[in-house]
Design a protein. Structure first.
Length: 292
């Protein structure tokens, strides 16, 4: 019960939640935070540093770690069949919304999965939100758990480096980050047993706020509708604006499509419940990202 009381968040703060990042386990039971003196403190006191947690999950077996955002790709697998401790790196395929209100690519490091799980994975393999990746294990450990570190930006170099305290720490193009600044807790997905003394934000208490302005499509085909919900009729190619038609033909090398295609940029003039009004009609902004 103590863990539940550690949630601190603002009911009034609004945040852009496109491709938001959630905690990657169905049960949160943090047995050691990055403040832990057992083995993690040198990670935060050395140079460079990261902020690892040990996740024990439900403690009833080998629980899974899940993809925490819309799409991630395996970037590196280390240790299988060797004396090195098994470690896995994944990177988001596009920028995500973090719990601290910032946006960037996300890199996830997971240590201790067993060989039997990592042998089933391959570099370049992709995972979708809430898809199973691997289970907690004890390769290089005395009991089943997951050692997890996260960072803002893409994986840098081979994904880690030994710091001045002799600990292998995550390396990214941005910075390794505290988990409570990265992950929202989706209480419809994750059961809280222990937060390890950390303060996480709950996804259900954050108000989503898509801005107006320029966006880019992040799916193969995004339907354009006559109103701001799926109840409204989809528009055909010849019903889209002339500018949208030209962009579609350019991106598809002359093929007509009944909707916006991947990579197409468009302007949003108005937002209603996650839908944006564009020159051609209304689209769901959950399949788009702000164009920079």
């Amino acid at each position: 019960m103590r863990g539940r009381q550690r949630f601190i968040f603002s009911q009034e703060r609004r945040i852009y939640l496109n491709n938001y990042l959630i905690y990657p386990c169905k049960t949160m039971r943090i047995t050691q935070s990055y403040k832990g003196k057992t083995s993690h403190l040198p990670h935060t006191q050395g140079t460079p540093k990261d902020y690892p947690i040990d996740e024990g999950c439900s403690n009833t077996g080998r629980d899974w770690v899940y993809c925490p955002c819309d799409s991630m790709t395996v970037k590196r697998i280390y240790g299988v069949g060797t004396k090195g401790t098994n470690t896995l790196w994944l990177q988001s395929d596009r920028k995500v919304s973090f719990a601290d209100g910032t946006r960037d690519y996300f890199t996830l490091l997971i240590t201790h999965p067993d060989d039997e799980d990592l042998k089933k994975l391959s570099v370049g393999q992709k995972f979708s939100r809430k898809e199973k990746i691997c289970r907690e294990g004890k390769d290089g450990a005395t009991a089943n758990h997951l050692h997890i570190s996260g960072g803002k930006g893409k994986m840098q170099g081979n994904g880690w480096v030994k710091n001045s305290k002799g600990k292998w720490v995550l390396t990214v193009t941005g910075e390794a980050e505290k988990p409570e600044n990265l992950f929202f807790i989706d209480t419809d997905f994750t059961k809280i047993l222990s937060v390890g003394g950390l303060d996480f934000r709950r996804l259900q208490d954050v108000k989503e706020d898509y801005p107006t302005g320029s966006y880019r499509v992040n799916c193969d085909l995004l339907f354009v509708r006559k109103g701001p919900s799926t109840k409204y009729e989809r528009k055909k190619f010849n019903e889209l604006s002339p500018v949208a038609q030209r962009k579609i033909l350019t991106l598809t090398k002359g093929k007509e499509k009944d909707g916006y295609v991947r990579g197409l940029r468009f302007i949003v003039y108005e937002v209603k419940n996650g839908w944006g009004r564009t020159p051609s009609g209304w689209v769901s902004l959950s399949y788009c990202e702000v164009a920079q």
